[in-house]
Design a protein around this ligand. Structure first.
Ligand code: PMP
Length: 313
């Protein structure tokens, strides 16, 4: 992957090569960092880059920091300002992925959360597709379980918790699958490795509730709203059993990186008629318009990047 040219580091934007930390850094040793995953979408017609729902991403980021006993230092607006400045400076006119990261920066030995210094960093990279097969993916139920709220909070994006995600993803991919589904400790379907999940049964859209050890996805929230508003579909948030997935009419995953990813086979069992279903397919299209700022109704979710540069020059 090509490295970024710039990063926000220790309070300012610096060349990426200057954004370095020591090997003793607490978060590198103990996973005591939290992060976000934000996307910016290029709109060809308007020649503008739009960051999608940055305020919602940063609210979750700040909440993750609170869970990890970190002083947020910046509010949502402060983080959005850095985002816009960083993307302007990077200057790329294409789809981008943005990574805010808050980490325990002290170079000390000792596992704890308190009395440590927090630093915030941010960088962006060009981004195209996260999964190659996102219209007919084959997934497996992972033999790993999703982290529980009483182990490492699943609703926080805590770096150490992503070792769980890595086990899940690697075993699925090495076994020849595109992605994995993960059960929580109670045996309910929680999510994908880094995506929330939706099932269609009898014309209704069903997704696990926030109390089933899911990450509270911004894409999930977006899809719930678009399904209700644009398709007029009833959406239920309730626990999902494993075998409900097998007999569902449609199944798909959502995430900032994956967008809306249709699952057509689970553990060699065909879902619906084995093709991407009508609800997933409509939601994919609506979602793509919304994230690129092509739907006025949801334009408040699109943060323009270059607008300010144009005004200045
Ligand atoms: N679950 C996990 C574990 C994730 O890492 C992600 C990606 N952030 C998601 C779900 C989807 O969340 P979002 O839609 O906010 O990207």
């Amino acid at each position: 992957m090509k490295l970024p040219n710039y990063a926000y580091f220790q309070g300012k934007i610096v060349p990426y090569s200057d954004a370095k930390i020591g090997v003793m850094t607490h978060s590198l040793n103990y996973g005591t960092a939290v992060f976000g995953g934000v996307r910016a979408y290029w709109n060809e017609q308007e020649e503008e880059l739009f960051v999608f729902r940055p305020f919602d991403h940063y609210r979750r980021f700040i909440n993750s920091m609170k869970m990890m006993v970190m002083d947020p230092q910046l509010d949502e607006q402060g983080l959005v300002d850095i985002t816009v400045e960083l993307l302007q400076k990077e200057g790329l006119r294409q789809d981008m992925y943005l990574r805010p990261l808050a980490y325990k920066a002290d170079e000390i030995i000792g596992v704890k959360l308190h009395d440590l210094t927090t630093e915030i960093t941010m960088f962006s990279v060009p981004f195209d597709r996260y999964v190659t097969n996102d219209t007919g993916a084959h997934v497996t139920f992972s033999s790993w379980r999703r982290l529980d709220d009483n182990m490492v909070p699943a609703r926080g994006k805590i770096s150490g918790a992503y070792a769980n995600t890595a086990f899940i993803k690697t075993d699925a991919v090495r076994a020849g699958f595109d992605e994995a589904l993960v059960l929580d400790q109670a045996g309910h379907v929680s999510e994908g490795s880094a995506e929330n999940v939706f099932m269609v049964r009898d014309g209704r859209l069903i997704t696990p509730p926030v109390t089933d050890n899911i990450l509270e996805g911004i894409t999930r929230r977006t899809i719930i709203e678009l399904a209700r508003e644009e398709l007029g579909i009833e959406v239920l948030e309730r626990s999902i059993d494993r075998t409900e997935v097998y007999i569902s009419d449609e199944f798909f995953m959502t995430g900032t990186a994956a967008a809306v990813m249709a699952i057509t086979k689970v553990d060699h069992r065909q879902i619906g008629d084995g093709q991407m279903g009508p609800i997933a397919s409509q939601l994919r299209e609506i979602y793509d318009d919304v994230v690129r700022g092509r739907n006025d109704k949801y334009r408040h979710w699109n943060q323009p990047v270059f607008e300010k540069v144009a005004v200045k020059s």
